[in-house]
Design a protein around this ligand. Structure first.
Ligand code: SAH
Length: 236
């Protein structure tokens, strides 16, 4: 197949507009219970796929994407819970690093370290992240939102109560937001040697209102942000 940019998201609402924006003639490859949409998006060859929720689902999708298609870089887009003080609903977080906040093989390995990989934090591609940050700033120019760049904490847990949110904040004071896929996508891209970036819009504050805020944001604006920012990226 042709050389393409891989675009992933966990939930249909997060990439529906992008799939709809593909030029006619896009092909759908059904592999392992997932659809890989291969086609042209704003002038670029892309493969768009829905990972579903959680680290295993995200890792499996990323591995298939990288094995079956000639992918030059991977962008994961979606929503996340804000945990750092200055990170508000509607803000955008670009992950400079990701970490699995639920990885804990102590005392065999230090907390958060991925056993046998020898690292806890994985670093996003600086150039790709810089470009996405620039596009997010342009997209948000007329909105009352900010763009942040920093650590994203990933785990197989929806953080929807204040206690868990506080605990995360205490354990990882530099984490900007929490989600359920980023570090898994990052790990597979790292292992395949493919540049990656994670772009998250804040849907909730990882507290006791998180479920309601999350659902409202997802329905109303998640796709607008993802597709709006990635459109700027692909068109420049
Ligand atoms: N499909 C279910 C559950 C979604 S889980 C539903 O629609 O209700 C939440 C998704 O959004 C995950 O993909 C995760 O990456 C992200 N997310 C948003 N807010 C989060 C939070 N507070 N904690 C963990 N993940 C969050």
């Amino acid at each position: 197949s042709i050389i393409a940019i891989g675009i992933l998201a966990a939930l249909a609402d997060e990439i529906r507009d992008l799939i709809d924006a593909m030029e006619p003639g896009a092909r759908v490859h059904r592999i392992g219970m997932r659809d890989y949409h291969e086609g042209v998006l704003y002038g670029h060859e892309c493969v768009i796929a829905l990972t579903r929720v959680g680290k295993a689902a995200a890792a499996a999708t990323t591995a298939t994407l990288l094995q079956r298609f000639a992918i030059t870089r991977v962008i994961f887009t979606g929503v996340a819970g804000g945990i750092h003080a200055g990170v508000k609903v509607g803000d955008v977080v670009i992950g400079s690093e990701t970490l699995q906040h639920d990885m804990d093989a102590r005392p065999l390995f230090p907390r958060y370290e991925v056993p046998l990989l020898g690292v806890s934090r994985l670093t996003a591609d600086p150039e790709l992240s810089q470009q996405l940050e620039h596009c997010a700033l342009r997209f948000l120019a007329e909105r009352d939102s900010q763009v942040h760049r920093g650590l994203i904490a990933t785990g197989d847990q929806f953080v929807g109560n204040t206690e868990t949110g506080h605990d995360l904040r205490a354990r990882l004071p530099d984490a900007l937001c929490v989600e359920m896929e980023g570090a898994a996508v990052a790990q597979v891209c790292h292992e395949f040697g493919i540049p990656w970036a994670v772009l998250r819009t804040i849907s909730d504050h990882a507290d006791s209102h998180a479920d309601i805020d999350f659902l409202r944001f997802l329905r109303e604006v998640a796709s607008v942000y993802s597709s709006g920012i990635l459109r700027h990226y692909l068109q420049t």
